[in-house]
Design a protein around this ligand. Structure first.
Ligand SMILES: Cc1cc2nc3c(=O)[nH]c(=O)nc-3n(C[C@H](O)[C@H](O)[C@H](O)COP(=O)(O)OP(=O)(O)OC[C@H]3O[C@@H](n4cnc5c(N)ncnc54)[C@H](O)[C@@H]3O)c2cc1C
Length: 431
């Protein structure tokens, strides 16, 4: 159903007419660039032991295929469609991007996500890069010719940025960076490092600064990668980074010194908004797979889908999908209307809606993935099939980009609620 006849859900996508051209380009890219490479690498994509290399890192053949797809998508203006035209992007707003993302993720979880820039690519931090950074970093990232990483989290500072220890101090005209980062996506293959560090301890919103540098040039000169994490979805590209007296020039600063917090919030908002088409596209893919499964799987004298209990599970998956789409489009329209989503600072009510979008979409996609796995029975539990893989991915999505709890905390805070410890709570004298 996913790549052949239209499904009942296809009719509901209903993208606006002005997107016909870019959606046609996505169709052509999938047909000409993604599908043949997926076919050639099927033995790796469908077998975890072939997906990673001997060190547990993403296999170089898959990295190469993804890079080729990124470049192809960059050439026809799909890869960076979300960025403004003055940066070489396609100038699409958030609402339009949802339809593009839905189509891309609707192809499943093979090589198709490489068609659109994600955290390894042309992220909105590039909007704060300077002209002198354009040729070396910004332009190749926008065109999908280079990849990047975004290093914020530390082993001792995940959900709370203000616990961050990585710091950069002035030495003459230069900065000297020290510290380490944990759980970083694309840690081993990135051409470009974008790292957040403390430059003004205790400075409130002005505490942090972003730095950007060439990963290969600095490797072994104060910059190094550590172990690869063996994640539950076996991605092979999440790892550790270390900075030991890494000397960076002033020209490595993204935006202004002290602007890191605001740029980080804007970046996280963007990641959270990206959950719209991603969760919708993947949910749709899983509903279609599940419909196929329950209609074709015979148990006794009738198909599995003839049971009302099974039908209700599918109905619940549809309800979650519709909730994801409706909420996402509603939030995106409200973000697009007053002006570009990347202009700083962002209003609090907008941040609240984006947090609601992330937590709602991540949780409803997780429910969809859980039901899809259940409907696939023993086959769903087996590794090396897309239903199982998307279940692992869905569980993971609720952690990066701000956890479910962090989203709820921000929603409550922007509604005026503050945590207060109770003064009347009984005190345990032994504590
Ligand atoms: C696959 C993967 C890829 C990632 N990629 C990147 C990347 O590219 N760049 C990057 O910088 N980071 C990345 N991360 C890190 C991710 O952003 C963090 O894991 C996340 O922010 C949570 O931080 P933590 O793991 O330290 O959890 P902790 O902060 O230790 O939190 C543990 C649990 O406690 C909850 N919690 C924490 N504080 C509170 C509170 N005050 N009230 C209630 N509950 C609370 C959290 O919600 C969470 O459930 C990635 C993580 C994963 C798993």
């Amino acid at each position: 159903m996913n790549d052949s006849a239209p499904s009942p859900l296809d009719k509901e996508l209903n993208p606006p007419a002005h997107l016909a051209d870019i959606l046609g380009r996505v169709t052509a890219l999938y047909r000409d660039e993604v599908a043949p490479r997926e076919e050639a690498l099927r033995h790796r994509l469908e077998d975890e032991s072939q997906y990673l290399d001997a060190d547990g890192k993403l296999h170089p053949e898959i990295i190469a295929a993804r890079r080729e797809i990124m470049r192809a998508a960059g050439k026809v203006g799909v890869y960076s469609a979300h960025l403004p035209t003055h940066l070489g992007g396609g100038g699409l707003g958030r609402t339009d991007m949802i339809y593009v993302e839905e189509q891309v993720y609707g192809y499943g979880c093979g090589l198709n996500p490489a068609l659109l820039s994600w955290s390894e690519g042309a992220t909105p931090r590039l909007l704060y890069c300077h002209d002198h950074q354009r040729e070396q970093f910004t332009d190749p990232l926008v065109r999908g010719e280079k990849t990047s990483l975004h290093a914020v989290t530390e082993a001792g500072a995940g959900s709370n940025l203000f616990d961050m220890k990585t710091h950069a101090t002035r030495r003459g005209d230069d900065w000297v960076l020290n510290g380490s980062k944990a759980y970083i996506t694309n840690a081993f293959d990135a051409d470009v490092v974008q790292v957040l560090a403390v430059t003004n301890p205790g400075g409130g919103r002005k505490t942090f600064t972003y730095f950007m540098f060439d990963a290969r040039e600095m490797l072994g000169k104060g910059y190094r990668t550590g172990r690869v994490y063996q994640t539950m979805f076996g991605d092979g590209y999440t790892g550790e980074l270390f900075f030991d007296n890494l000397v960076l020039p002033q020209s490595a600063v993204i935006g202004e010194v002290g602007q890191g917090f605001d740029i980080a919030v804007m970046s996280f908002n963007y990641t959270r908004m990206r959950r719209a088409g991603m969760c919708s596209g993947w949910s749709k893919y899983l509903i279609e797979k599940s419909l196929d499964r329950v209609q074709s799987r015979q148990i006794g004298d009738r198909p599995l889908g003839a049971n009302q209990g099974i039908q209700w599970m599918v109905a619940d998956m549809y309800i979650d999908w519709l909730q994801t789409r409706s909420l996402s489009l509603e939030v995106a329209r409200s973000i697009d209307s007053p002006g570009p989503w990347y202009a700083l600072p962002r209003p609090k009510d907008e941040i609240r809606r984006i947090c609601a979008l992330k937590v709602s979409n991540d949780e409803s996609f997780y429910r969809v993935a859980d039901r899809a796995l259940q409907l696939h029975g023993g086959f769903g539990v087996m590794r090396n099939n897309p239903v199982n893989k998307l279940f692992q991915i869905a569980r993971n999505l609720r952690i990066p980009g701000g956890t479910d709890e962090v989203q709820r905390t921000t929603i409550a805070e922007t509604l005026g609620l503050r945590f207060e410890a109770s003064k009347s709570a009984p005190v345990n004298a032994e504590r």
